[in-house]
Design a protein around this ligand. Structure first.
Ligand code: IDP
Ligand code: MG
Length: 156
């Protein structure tokens, strides 16, 4: 099953949105395969945000990700990476569509409550970055037949 990596950022932890954000993924039908609270450090953020290391906001971004622990979440489902990105919305939360997580919970392009993997390749790397193999769980869902059509189940 395709999986994506989500981080509930410190600004969402501070504002008390952990439960509401996780509930949105569960309600959608994405299955939780891994979940934990963890304190990020400079080294893991250098790796995680390597594509932004040249940006003027890099230091501030990394600092903002260490203010409190984050909640790391691995969720799975058909086309999970694209589906989660659609649920998360645009990077600048002021421009994120209402109904998306950023669109509903944030006014900021930096303090935008959540990270989500942007491709299948980065999801694989990010899941390995934040979870050990024994922290990702594959288990039979009792309700898959009611969440997907037969043709969709065949693709999973
Ligand atoms: P994404 O989180 O939507 O994938 P990225 O471009 O990968 O967006 O940027 C990672 C994070 O860096 C964003 O979620 C946001 O917190 C922060 N960020 C991106 N652009 C800006 C900016 O222009 N100013 C301040 N922070 C930014
Ligand atoms: Mg990104």
């Amino acid at each position: 099953m395709e999986k994506s990596l989500v981080l509930i950022k410190p600004n969402a932890v501070q504002r008390g949105f952990i439960g509401e954000i996780i509930a949105r993924f569960e309600r959608k039908g994405l299955h939780v395969a891994g979940i934990k609270m963890m304190q990020l450090d400079d080294d893991v953020l250098d790796e995680h945000y390597a594509h932004l290391s040249h940006k003027p906001f890099f230091r501030v971004l990394k600092d903002s990700m260490m203010v409190t622990p984050v909640v790391a979440l691995c969720v799975g489902g058909l086309d999970a990476v694209e589906t989660v990105r659609l649920m998360v919305g645009a990077t600048n939360a002021r421009k994120a569509a209402p109904g998306t997580i950023r669109g509903d919970f944030s006014m900021s392009g930096e303090q935008n409550v959540i990270h989500a993997s942007d491709s299948i390749e980065s999801a694989q790397a990010e899941i390995e970055r934040f979870f050990g193999a024994n922290e990702i769980f594959e288990y039979e869902s009792a309700v898959t037949a009611f969440e997907y059509g037969c043709d969709e189940k065949a693709k999973m």
